[in-house]
Design a protein around this ligand. Sequence first.
Ligand SMILES: C[S@@+](CC[C@H](N)C(=O)[O-])C[C@H]1O[C@@H](n2cnc3c(N)ncnc32)[C@H](O)[C@@H]1O
Length: 217
Amino acid sequence: MSDGAVRYLPPLPGHDEGTRGTVTNHRMREVTEQVAQRGIWDGGVLDEVRALFDSLAPGWTATRDHPARSAPLLDALDRGRVEGRTAVELGAGTCISTRHLVGRFDRYVAADLSPVMLAHAVDGAPPLICTDASRLPLADGVVDVFILQNMLLFPAEMDRCLAPGGALVWVNSRGPETPIHLSTPDVLASLGAASGGEWRALASRVGEATWAVVRRA
Ligand SMILES: C[S@@+](CC[C@H](N)C(=O)[O-])C[C@H]1O[C@@H](n2cnc3c(N)ncnc32)[C@H](O)[C@@H]1O
């Protein structure tokens, strides 16, 4: 099925996390939309977001690490035909999913704003950098694949660093119930506004999770 610049593949069954009870009307939803749609990200918001995730970090893996956690990301890579040498995961948290992805690329770097998240990284995590994704310490056009699972979208930085032909993988583990959530059309609109160009996506669902593989049109 196709909806303009988005082509939807059939959904797959998957594990749902609905019992965790995160409220959709979450401050992080507001921050997500402000960052992606209006470019609102300053020192105060950065401090707020880092403090939140620093505080959540000690319990992060225990409350989210289950065998199906990475299924949507892996499906996005497979059915989205995502390939490339250099992958950068932003907002990697404790790298629950990261460890299942690193072997697919020649180079894989996981980044997060929260030093406490990174300090709790699981075994098998790749090299870690503590950085703000709004100002990545990367040269222009060097990333073949950006991976963002439940992470804020900084569209101008994605456009700056993504190589020609590169892909951005966008996953919301709990679909629209995910606090940090953008619909696929909203991801395309955000990237389009920041870059001045057109973007297209292949998208699907695995259980309640949604994914999109986004490329320049
Ligand atoms: C909801 S958690 C998701 C963690 C992991 N991707 C997962 O799915 O388990 C969001 C993560 O993004 C990180 N984050 C938020 N803003 C960021 C920024 N500006 N730069 C880098 N990481 C950021 C947070 O510290 C947090 O670890």
